[in-house]
Design a protein around this ligand. Structure first.
Ligand code: SF4
Length: 323
C-alpha cells in the first residue's frame, strides 16, 4: 500500500522517487495506491476545489508514468468511509502523547504555522495507519523519514490486538519496506519540490523543459567553459545519473577536465530528458484527453477497495463488540 496526497501535477522527483517503483510493485505485489485527498485537507482545508481538481491531474500522471490500474487498485481515500470509521474507532485507544511525539508534528507546525494545528493534523499519522490497516496492508514502502510514522501505527495495531483480539491478530502490523528513494535535485539544487518552484513537471512541454534545464544552477566555480568542474556538487550531473546512467562517465570526465562547458552539457541533458519523458508525455496526453476514463478507473478501484475495507471493519467491529 502506498499513496500520495492529491496536490496536483507531479514532477520528475515523483517519477524517479516513487512512480517508477510503483510500476514494479504492480508486477510483483497486490498493490493498492491511494489518492489521499483527506490528507490534503490536513494542511489545505481552505482550498477544497484545488484538492478536487488536483486528484485527476495526479492520477493522469500516475497512468502516464506506466502505473497499471489493471494490475493494482487505485482508490480515492474519501470514497472509503470505512477508513474514517476505523480512524474514529482506533482514536479511542490512541494516547494523544503518542501522536505528539511523532517527530514531524512539531516541525511541521513550526514550518507551516499554528493554523494547521488542528485535531485532524494531529491525527494525521493515525489516518495514515487506517489507510494501511483497512486493507490489511503488509508492506509499506517508506523513506527513513517516515519510519517513525509507521512505528507509531504498529504500536496502535499491537494495542488494538492486545485489547480486543483475544489471541487473534484482527489488524495486521504493517512492515516497512525501506526505500532509498532517489534524491532528485530541483533546478536550484535543493530537493525538487512544487513549493520551492524548482520542479520539472511531467506535464511540461519540451520547450519549457529546455528553458528550466537552462536555468539550472551548476558548479559555481566553473565560470568559463574550460574551467575544470566538480560534478559531484552539480544538480545537472545528479539528474544525468537518473536519466541516462550510461552517459555519466563521459560527462564526469569531460566536466572535470574542462573539455565540457555547462551550456553544452545542459543542452545535451535537456535533449536526453525530453527523450526520456517523451513516451510518458504522449501517454499523458491520451489520459488527460479522456478524463471520464480516468474517473472510471478511480471509481472502479475505489469500489474494489471498499469491499476489502468493509471486511476489515466488520472484523474490527466484531472484536470491539459493536455488532
Ligand atoms: S559541465 Fe555539466 S556536470 Fe559539469 S558543472 Fe557544468 S553542468 Fe554540471
Amino acid at each position: 500500500m502506498s499513496g500520495m496526497r492529491s496536490t496536483g501535477r507531479l514532477h520528475i522527483g515523483h517519477l524517479f522517487g516513487v512512480l517508477e517503483q510503483w510500476v514494479e510493485y504492480c508486477k510483483t505485489a497486490d498493490a493498492f495506491f491511494e489518492i489521499a485527498d483527506l490528507h490534503a485537507f490536513t494542511t489545505g482545508f481552505t482550498e477544497p476545489q484545488a484538492i478536487r481538481d488536483a486528484r485527476n491531474e495526479m492520477v493522469v500522471d500516475w497512468l502516464a508514468a506506466g502505473v497499471d490500474p489493471s494490475a493494482s487498485t487505485f482508490y480515492l481515500q474519501s470514497a472509503i468511509p470505512e477508513i474514517m470509521e476505523l480512524q474514529a474507532l482506533l482514536a479511542m485507544i490512541t494516547p494523544v502523547s503518542w501522536l505528539e511525539r511523532v517527530p514531524t508534528y512539531k516541525g511541521q507546525i513550526e514550518a507551516l504555522g499554528q493554523e494547521i494545528a488542528t485535531y485532524g493534523f494531529l491525527g494525521y499519522p493515525l489516518l495514515q495507519l487506517c489507510d494501511i490497516a483497512a486493507f490489511r496492508g503488509e508492506r509499506v514502502p517508506v523513506g527513513r523519514d517516515q519510519l517513525a510514522h509507521l512505528e507509531f501505527g504498529r504500536e496502535v495495531v499491537r494495542r488494538f490486538n492486545y485489547l480486543y483480539g483475544e489471541g487473534v491478530e484482527v489488524l495486521v502490523e504493517p512492515q516497512a519496506t525501506l526505500t532509498e528513494a532517489a534524491e532528485v535535485p530541483g533546478t536550484d539544487g535543493r530537493k525538487m519540490s512544487k513549493s520551492y518552484r524548482n520542479d520539472i513537471l511531467l506535464a511540461d512541454d519540451e520547450a519549457t523543459t529546455v528553458e528550466k534545464v537552462r536555468s539550472m544552477i551548476t558548479d559555481p566555480q566553473k565560470i568559463r567553459r574550460h574551467d575544470p568542474g566538480h560534478p559531484e556538487i552539480c544538480p545537472v550531473f545528479a539528474l544525468w545519473k537518473l536519466v541516462k546512467p550510461a552517459h555519466v562517465p563521459l560527462v564526469e570526465e569531460t566536466c572535470r577536465s574542462g573539455a565540457l562547458g555547462c551550456v553544452q552539457d545542459k543542452g545535451d541533458f535537456a535533449e536526453a530528458l525530453n527523450a526520456y519523458l517523451r513516451p510518458i508525455r504522449e501517454r499523458r496526453k491520451v489520459f488527460a484527453g479522456d478524463i471520464p476514463q480516468v474517473e472510471r478507473i478511480i471509481a472502479e478501484g475505489s469500489e474494489k477497495a471498499r469491499t476489502v475495507a468493509a471486511q476489515t471493519l466488520a472484523d474490527v467491529r466484531r472484536a470491539m463488540k459493536l455488532t
